[in-house]
Structure formats: structure tokens, C-alpha cells
Design a binder for this molecule. Structure first.
Ligand code: GLN
Length: 292
């Protein structure tokens, strides 16, 4: 069997099996190419050039194994142990939520918001809560190395992955100050110019309705309580004590939660409330500033 034939057959198997998986294999052809590239230790671009080559028996068996796992409902990122986010290749395991393209909006919004809150003579620490794989914190530090970045998570296992990502992607695990703790309770630095968070925001009752592959992600990264806003409420209440005057709080949430979050922010005295859209044009990130 040639690589091309394997790719086409693999994609067809995934497409077929999708019926059992609530359609969660969004791109069977992409997954099949990613698996082959992984097995042959190459990139997808280079794989195309090797289309006519024969796939040896071992590689074919590996390919079947990866397709089987995908058809058992394991997401591609966990199978490959990697997920691209904001141009960086993150290590991911089932201990962390898989970074989503939607969350790149949080990074871009924070980069846009931060210069406005900075003054020349102040340090510039930012804090990423619920950091998980460290995707947001590391992307921020990578884009703007002058930022001093703190990142916290309640899960020590998630932080181990985040540290590994910082070491590999920033060249040094100490490039970010990682803290194990429940939201703010481990942050030594009281005053940040910005706080970012992609907290769990799925309503508890909606968890069982998620696709099988999302249900394979850590529940503590998804479940936001009865209306999904438990963590968001706590962050909004506690952030002002940790922000510099004029500092920004930026959070990812579901498009349907934006009106409720706006109200909570307003009641707590935040100003300049702004909503940013994700790549599909849906409201995804909300920002509020504390009094300057
Ligand atoms: N966007 C995620 C989903 O697809 C939810 C992530 C979160 O709760 N932070 O379910």
C-alpha cells in the first residue's frame, strides 16, 4: 500500500466511524495525514511529496492503531501528544484541556489590552489563571518577552505539563512563574497589570451532552457549576484586589454567557467592558478594567 492509498483509506475509515462518534471527527482527511506524518516522523507538507512511497508493514500497523484510538473517541491532540496553539507546538496529555483555536482570541485581546495599562516605571507582571497546559501564559511570554508572566492552576499535574511546555517552547521552565493554587490563593504578587483566564465555563448539566472526545478532557477544566459561571464570578470578585489601577481582567467564556458576565462586571464596578470575537465571529472573550 502506498502512503497515498493509506491516507485515503484512513480518512474513509474515520469518516465512516464518525457516525458513532457524534460527528466529532471534524476533519477525517486532516487526522489521517497528521497520523501518517507522526508515524513517518515528518510534516504534513513533506508527506505529500512521498505519496507514491510504500508504507511498510510496521508503519501500516501503527497507522491502524492510531485510527483505532481515534475511532474509540480519543481526540487527535491526545493521540499525538501535541497541539498547535498561537503558532507554538504544545505538549498535551489528558491532564490538561486541549488548547482551542478560540482561545487564541484571549491571547490577542490581552496583547492588545496590556500596553494601555502599562506605565514605564512599573513592573509589568501579568497573571494567567487556570493555565492548564500553559498555552495562554506561554503564548503571551513568547510574543512579548518583556512581560513578567505568572500562571496558576489548581492541578499540579497540569502544571507539570505547563512547565514542560515552558521549558521546550521558551527554553526555560523558569521563564514563567508557575503557582499551584485555587485561583488567587497562591499569587504572591498583589498587583498585576493584566489577568487572563480561560476558566471552566460549561454548565454542569451540559457536560453529559458534550462529544465523547470533549468528555475525555479533565472535568475540572470544563465544569463551571450550575450556570457555568461559578469560577467566573469568583474571578470577577477577587481580581480587583490583585490588579494595578487601570488594569484589565480578560476571560474566555461561552458566547451565550456574555450578557450575564457583563452585568456581573458592571455590578462590581469594572469599566470599559469590551467583548472580542473568536475566529468564527462569536463573542468569546470579555474584558473589564478596574478604576484608574
Ligand atoms: N470551549 C470549551 C468547550 O468546547 C470549554 C472550555 C472551558 O470550559 N474553558 O467545551
Amino acid at each position: 500500500m502506498t502512503i497515498r492509498e493509506a491516507r485515503i483509506q484512513g480518512a474513509a475509515r474515520l469518516k465512516d466511524g464518525n457516525r458513532l462518534l457524534d460527528g466529532s471527527i471534524e476533519n477525517p482527511a486532516l487526522d489521517a495525514s497528521l497520523f501518517l506524518a507522526f508515524i513517518l516522523k515528518t510534516t504534513r507538507d513533506k508527506l505529500i511529496l512521498r505519496d507514491a512511497e510504500t508504507l511498510n508493514e510496521d508503519a501500516a500497523a501503527d497507522f491502524t492503531h492510531l485510527l483505532d484510538r481515534r475511532l474509540a473517541g480519543v481526540c487527535t491532540a491526545y493521540i499525538l501528544g501535541r497541539k498547535e496553539f498561537h503558532g507554538l507546538d504544545f505538549t498535551v496529555t489528558p491532564d490538561v484541556l486541549v488548547p482551542r483555536p478560540d482561545t487564541e482570541t484571549l491571547v490577542d485581546a490581552a496583547l492588545a489590552a496590556l500596553p494601555l495599562t502599562l506605565t514605564e516605571d512599573l513592573p509589568r507582571p501579568v497573571l494567567d489563571l487556570c493555565t492548564g497546559s500553559g498555552a495562554v501564559a506561554i503564548a503571551l511570554k513568547h510574543k512579548r518577552p518583556s512581560l513578567e508572566v505568572y500562571a496558576s492552576d489548581i492541578s499540579p499535574r497540569a502544571l507539570a505539563i505547563a512547565r514542560e511546555n515552558a521549558r521546550r517552547l521558551l527554553g526555560n521552565a523558569e521563564a514563567i512563574h508557575f503557582l499551584v493554587g485555587d485561583l488567587f490563593n497562591a499569587t504572591p504578587y498583589p498587583l498585576f497589570s493584566g489577568i487572563t483566564a480561560n476558566p471552566p465555563y460549561v454548565a454542569s448539566g451540559e457536560i453529559t451532552g458534550l462529544t465523547r472526545e470533549v468528555r475525555g478532557e479533565p472535568l475540572e477544566a470544563l465544569d463551571g457549576g450550575t450556570d457555568g459561571l461559578d469560577l467566573i464570578r469568583r474571578i470577577i470578585a477577587d481580581a480587583p484586589a490583585h490588579l494595578l489601577p487601570g488594569g484589565s481582567l480578560l476571560m474566555e467564556a461561552d458566547p451565550g454567557q456574555m450578557a450575564a458576565i457583563t452585568l456581573i462586571l458592571e455590578k462590581k464596578g469594572y469599566r470599559d467592558i469590551r467583548i472580542y470575537q473568536d475566529l468564527s465571529g462569536r463573542d468569546r472573550v470579555i474584558e473589564g478594567r478596574v478604576h484608574s
